[in-house]
Design a protein around this ligand. Structure first.
Ligand code: NAD
Length: 533
């Protein structure tokens, strides 16, 4: 790979970081027997010591959540909403600090974390703050019930009625991925707490910092001790299984890879825990011949380059009509080549560093680079832009020894002639876009749907009839027309097929953190005429 040295600003002077991040259990910091360093992908340097949670820590967190459940579930929905609203206010007030911590921990540029990640998390809290009260009032009522032939004397009208109540589940577990850590946490914590559950949240081992701060924020907002507990994972990844397998956990909301999701579902089946699975994807975007080229290029860039390409719903397969392909590619390359890559804490930068797993710092980079090299070697693909490593000079370097920090990759654009090429079928979770060509609508829909996943799909056209016709045929939990990767707190987000099941955000997520109770009321005498004296 070619090398392009860039300068990285000295991070140490900017850090809003603490030296240590303990777990947050039962309303306060909770020390652990072991700690481990967390690394900044931007520099490759260790930036803080973080809890490495053992079985005892998970047990303590679940016990705290269990003890808090009777109080929190009996707290009025209005009061729960007020706590969540206050948490959102604190998050917005601390946006600058939280965004910088996120940037240092996850490697995404601060222009993205300040505008999208932290404010998106606050928005979810605001939404569920409002929803808490409404949702609690959304039961069903059935009056003047007539018993069926099987349940009593046929046709006899009883002086009865029925209603349903939605009740919280108890202790819920949230397990998150590393790509936009606070946002992933917020999508789970806010609806779980709004519905009256308590939660133990485990962020990714790679990016624990803002989730640990969320524990503090909720406490400051007025959540009683134990309502939200945050345990950071052990670097050997043993913490997630301990939490997912805990007998007192009633539901697991998981965001991560399809492979780990399958393991968790198998484990959950043993005690019939409820599960929500937000998994991987290889999503398509179809650019029809009448699309506005600038908008199509902009949507494809938004849907591939955010978070260094580590977004589950990214449109990594872009199908472009043959008549506009050359124009589309020319503008795509022109605009992509202007992306500034480097120090994620620099507000000028538009793409940051790939995540650095602490055990194998080059692990994710090697994976992404491996995909790029194999795609280059496959004659069905032509690399038309990028794909090389970008080296960024770090003045004080890892451990103060100077040298090159972090793993940065120039976004890669491949022109692909086969839908079966590895780069077209497999999730890379890095900045790699495959562009494919099609001739007609049916063909585009068929090829777009030819994936085991089904998380996102996009289409660009000025033809309204076609937009709805194609949207209806795409096998995906989210379809964006003339845009891409827009998620709204008010609307559901989730996948079809191997991208998972259950939904985050919206009332659907609230539903998933509750169970339905049917209450039947008889105001008269019990009809036991089948059993006369
Ligand atoms: P991962 O599956 O490796 O890990 C996710 C989390 O699961 C981590 O916190 C990890 O510690 C934990 N974990 C690992 N093994 C476990 C086990 N056996 N039991 C319980 N927990 C366990 O995923 P990742 O590398 O962190 O994230 C990348 C993946 O996440 C990609 O596939 C991406 O598409 C997906 N993702 C999906 C969404 C979505 O909303 N659908 C959002 C972001 C990321």
């Amino acid at each position: 790979m070619l090398s392009h040295p860039l300068r990285l600003r000295r991070l140490s002077s900017l850090l809003p970081l603490r030296a240590a991040y303990p777990n947050y259990i039962n309303g306060g910091p909770s020390p652990t027997a072991e700690t481990a360093p967390t690394f900044s992908p931007g520099t490759g340097c260790a930036v803080a010591e973080v809890a490495a949670s053992s079985r005892a820590d998970v047990d303590a967190a679940v016990a705290a959540a269990k003890a808090a459940f009777p109080v929190w579930s009996a707290t009025s929905a209005a009061e729960r909403g007020r706590v969540l609203f206050e948490a959102a206010r604190i998050m917005k007030e601390r946006n600058g600090e939280l965004a910088m911590v996120e940037t240092i921990d996850a490697g995404s540029v601060v222009s993205e974390t300040t505008t999208a990640h932290i404010l998106g998390a606050a928005d979810a809290f605001e939404y569920y703050a409002g929803v808490a009260k409404t949702h609690a009032s959304m039961g069903e009522f059935y009056g003047g019930a007539q018993q069926s032939a099987g349940a009593g004397p046929a046709g006899k009208t009883m002086d009865t009625f029925s209603y349903t109540a939605r009740e919280p589940l108890g202790v819920c577990a949230g397990i998150g991925a590393w790509n936009y850590p606070l946002l992933v946490a917020a999508w789970k914590v806010a609806p779980a707490l709004a519905a009256g559950n308590t939660m133990v949240y485990k962020p990714s081992e790679f990016t624990p910092l803002t989730s640990l701060l969320l524990g503090e924020i909720l406490a400051e907002a007025g959540a009683p001790p134990g309502v939200l507990n945050v345990v950071a994972g052990h670097p050997d990844r043993s913490t997630g299984p301990l939490l997912a397998g805990h007998p007192d956990v009633k539901k697991i909301s998981f965001t991560g890879s399809t492979a780990v999701g399958q393991v968790i579902v198998r484990e959950a089946a043993r005690s019939l825990k409820k599960v929500t699975m937000e998994l991987g994807g290889k999503s398509p975007m179809i650019v029809f011949e009448d699309a506005d080229i600038e908008n199509a290029v902009g949507a494809a860039m938004n849907g591939n380059w955010y978070t260094q390409g580590a977004v589950c719903s990214n449109c990594t397969r872009v199908f472009v009509h043959s008549s506009i392909k050359e124009k589309f590619l020319a503008r795509l390359v022109e605009r992509t080549s202007k992306i500034k890559i480097g120090d994620p804490t620099d507000p000028e930068m538009q793409m940051g560093a790939l995540i650095m797993p602490p055990d194998v710092p080059s692990g994710h980079f090697d994976r992404v680079a491996g995909f790029i090299e194999r795609a280059k070697a496959d004659p069905s693909n032509t690399l038309i832009y990028g794909g090389e490593r970008v080296t960024v000079d770090v003045p004080d370097g890892p451990a103060g020894k100077g040298g090159s920090g972090g793993y940065y990759v120039r976004p890669a654009i491949f022109d692909c002639s086969s839908d079966d090429a590895e780069i077209v079928t497999d999730e890379v979770f890095g900045p790699v876009m495959s562009v494919l060509t099609f001739e007609d609508e049916d063909e585009a829909v068929r090829r777009a749907n030819a994936s085991p996943y089904g998380l996102g799909a996009g289409l660009m056209t000025k033809d309204l009839s076609r937009a709805h016709r194609v949207a209806a045929q795409l096998q995906s939990g989210n379809v964006w027309v003339n845009d891409y990767n827009i998620s709204l707190s008010e609307m559901p987000f989730g996948g079809y097929n191997m991208s998972g099941y259950g939904r985050e955000l919206s009332l659907h997520s609230m539903d998933s953190y509750t169970q339905i109770k049917h209450v039947y009321v008889n105001l008269g005498d019990v009809d036991s005429s089948l059993y006369p004296e």
